[in-house]
Design a protein around this ligand. Structure first.
Ligand code: ADP
Ligand code: MG
Length: 321
């Protein structure tokens, strides 16, 4: 017999996330009551994952639970915020207990690791769709934004972009790769690790920040546009993982990195005069980020190789002539 909505919430979601003392009232009443730390601002983000659009049909349920929270965590990381409370709006075809068990396990593992309490939500019947609202906080006035960069700022990215896009292509059977690289690349899509600690630290260093979800070139372009600048990325400087290089070779790896999505890394700008302090206080080899370009006065986002502007499209890239 399928679980009632009430029993389902009790079994899978009441104790799914972290326990937090600032949750005055969590799952079970009409709304949650949350205690915001004195002197802080509430930071709120929401993101919806639709089956077949934001993840392949038949994705592992634990990955869907993980990603539904991870995409929101990444938005808070980009604001320099600390996550605290989540709400889950779940639309399910039917209450399949094995699916729910794994989904809640994937969501719960990441929530507990990041000390996020699940404080409410909504459960409805329909085509599979998962929407998470994440709340957190920053010291008042200190949030990072996309705006704030200026021409001459140095641009950095965390991690190794492109891995997740290759992982998704593998999931969808659009890419073949050597066996040794597959597990790593798939995991980079299925279980992204948002850069929470780096985001909070960047409050003291970055002039602007965005999380990379739609492709590095596109998202760097959004940061630049919000800052009233353009951006020039160095094609050669984009950091690539060894498995991605082994899987697709240098040229395609750079294309995945610049145009692929689902990285959930941080792209951030730092005023040129603040770069030495950044490099000293957050050593790149320890914090996992690399210099990839500069903000410039001319609008637009370009990747430059040997002084030549590259143009990318879904079917590949070509030189401007
Ligand atoms: P209401 O009808 O007042 O909106 P519901 O019956 O929908 O309340 O939900 C009861 C309680 O369970 C509420 O506290 C709600 O936030 C919580 N809840 C419902 N669905 C979920 C879910 N998928 N995950 C976490 N909490 C949920
Ligand atoms: Mg209600």
């Amino acid at each position: 017999m399928p679980l009632s909505e009430f029993a389902l919430i009790e079994r899978y979601f009441r104790t799914c996330g972290a326990q937090r003392a600032d949750v005055r009232l969590g799952v079970g009443d009409d709304a949650a009551l949350l205690q915001l730390p004195v002197g802080s601002e509430l930071v709120a983000a929401t993101d919806t994952l639709v089956a077949g659009v934001h993840f392949p049909l038949g994705s592992p349920p634990a990955s869907i639970g993980h990603r539904a929270l991870a995409v929101n965590l990444s938005d808070l990381a980009a604001m320099g915020a600390r996550p605290a409370w989540a709400l889950l709006a779940l639309t399910l075809p039917e209450s399949q207990e094995a699916w729910l068990e794994e989904f809640a396990a994937g969501l719960g593992r990441l929530a507990r690791a990041q000390e996020v309490a699940l404080v409410g939500g909504d459960t409805t019947r329909g085509p599979l769709c998962v929407s998470v609202t994440l709340l957190g906080y920053v010291p008042a006035g200190q949030a990072l934004r996309r705006a704030g960069g200026r021409a001459g700022d140095v641009l950095f990215v965390s991690g190794t972009p492109g891995d997740a896009a290759a992982g998704l292509a593998l999931e969808q059977g659009r890419l073949q790769a050597p066996a040794a690289t597959i597990a790593y690349l798939r995991e980079r899509f299925l279980l992204p690790k948002p850069r929470m600690a780096l985001g909070e630290r960047l409050r003291s260093h970055a002039s602007a920040c965005i999380d990379v979800s739609d492709g590095l070139l596109a998202d760097a372009g959004k940061l630049a546009a919000a800052s009233g600048t353009g951006v020039e990325l160095s094609y050669e400087a984009v950091p690539l993982s060894a498995p991605l290089l082994a899987a697709v070779g240098d040229a395609r790896a750079r294309e995945f990195a610049l145009t692929g999505g689902d990285d959930y890394e941080l792209c951030f700008a730092v005023h040129a005069e603040s770069v030495p302090t950044l490099l000293t206080q957050l050593p790149p080899e320890r914090w996992g980020y690399a210099r990839i370009g500069v903000l410039r006065a001319a609008a637009g986002a370009v990747a430059v190789r040997d002084g030549t502007v590259m143009e990318f499209s879904h079917s590949g890239y070509q030189h401007f002539v």
